[in-house]
Design a protein around this ligand. Structure first.
Ligand code: CS2
Ligand code: MG
Length: 402
């Protein structure tokens, strides 16, 4: 079998997505997600100008050699743009291989280790009352694990809060919106939020929270310690992960489980974190982590270090990534949990797929390949619109992590 063409499809059905469609001389096609929220066109150019010309004529079954060709063959390696482009190609080749063998992808990477995949959803509110109410709504929808985010008293905007009841979408058209951040207000408030959620809904529901890279290690240590009475499933992105060894300090002070890595793109971003057991869940997922090939290797590396997966699954990762992640989640032993932010109905129409939600779990189907497709005609009605993620500043104007 030979690759005959590869199309980079950009559309904005409710939000921007970049999808790679790889065609073969056997009439089988494969899909890959290449979406990088706020930097989509960089990945488009990297694919169209630099990778696709080298892809034509290759055997799609050679997933390992093709991955190595595009990773080692790029003198300038790593980074989210490079790895999202390679990730899209890798996903598409695995999709082709599984379709050609008439098997759902998970059968090629270990078979079923579980019948269903535990997921967590996002509950949020502009204030404590709204956030607590939203947790109740998600419990009624069947979720057993819930990420809780809330506005912070004294701050106009906070990460993760939906506007006027719509799905949370951080990217917006126009230049980056600036939001104000106060670590002090956040640290003084968060334990009160978690205390109220536990008092209202008891101990059985799994609670998660995303600090979104905004603390220093000692601040994260304080927060982790103060959240211990509420036994979170995880505290996510407490500190930006560039300095992996800074998590040694957090680990010394708290037993609150830690999750990190949605912005990582190669194993080198987390090698110390894994081998020193500085985190409990690794979040790097298929699209930004370079594809199924490296994510499988990452999960297998993490297993002896008691680190489990907790793949990123925000709405700015397409249903192609979610499907690929579900196949990996189904097959690996050290699965932890999968983030589930349901896409808008229009997105599901553009990306018809087999996976389905039921009572707090996602179920992958038996369709050959990834079990997701792409409606080019419908997608073409929604052209790309440049959108930026926000930036954050502290009260004195210091740029900070959004
Ligand atoms: C968040 C993401 O889902 C999460 O854990 O960190 O929503 C993140 O803000 C977006 O993916 C950024 O594009
Ligand atoms: Mg996050």
């Amino acid at each position: 079998m030979k690759i005959t063409d590869a199309k980079v499809l950009v559309a904005s059905p409710s939000r921007n997505f970049v999808t790679l469609k790889v065609l073969t001389d056997a009439g089988v096609h494969g899909l890959g997600d290449a979406t990088l929220n706020g930097r989509e066109q960089a990945v488009v150019a990297y694919l169209e100008q630099h990778l696709v010309p080298c892809l034509i004529g290759r055997d799609p079954f050679q997933t390992e050699d093709t991955w190595q060709y595009f990773y080692r063959g790029a003198y300038w390696r790593r980074g989210p743009v490079t790895m999202a482009a390679i990730g899209a190609i890798d996903m598409a080749l695995w999709d082709i291989k599984a379709k050609a063998l008439n098997l759902p992808l998970y059968q090629l990477i270990g078979g079923r280790s579980r019948g269903k995949v535990l997921v967590y959803c996002h509950a949020n509110g502009r204030d404590l009352e709204e956030a607590v109410d939203d947790v109740g709504r998600h419990i009624e929808q069947g979720y057993r694990a819930i990420r809780v985010q809330s506005g912070i008293p004294g701050l106009e905007a906070a990460y993760g809060i939906s506007k006027d009841g719509r799905k949370y979408e951080p990217a917006a058209e126009g230049l980056p919106q600036e939001s104000l951040w106060s670590t002090e207000k956040y640290l003084n408030y968060l334990p009160k939020l978690m205390r109220r959620v536990r008092d209202t809904y008891g101990d059985d529901i799994e609670l998660l929270h995303d600090a979104h890279h905004r603390l220093t290690p000692i601040e994260a240590a304080r927060l982790g310690k103060e959240l211990e009475p509420f036994h979170l499933f995880w505290l996510e992105d407490p500190v930006a992960g560039e300095l992996q060894e800074s998590f040694r300090l957090i680990r010394k002070h708290t037993v609150t489980p830690l999750a990190l890595g949605e912005v990582f793109n190669t194993v080198y971003d987390c090698l110390t974190l894994l081998t020193e057991q500085l985190i409990d869940y690794i979040r790097m997922t298929v699209v930004h982590g370079g594809g199924i090939t490296p994510i499988l290797k990452l999960a297998h590396l993490a297993e002896p270090y008691h680190v489990r997966t907790g793949f990123h699954g925000a709405t700015d990762l397409s249903p192609v990534t979610l499907a690929a992640a579900l196949h990996v989640n189904t097959a690996i032993s050290n699965f932890g949990i999968q983030e589930h932010m349901p896409h808008a109905d229009l997105v599901d129409d553009v990306f018809p797929h087999e996976y389905r939600f039921e009572a707090g779990d996602l179920y992958i189907g038996e369709q050959p390949g990834l079990g997701v497709d792409y409606n080019e005609e419908l997608a073409s009605r929604y052209p790309y619109r440049r959108a930026y993620l926000p930036v954050a500043r502290k009260a004195d104007g210091t740029m900070w992590n959004w």
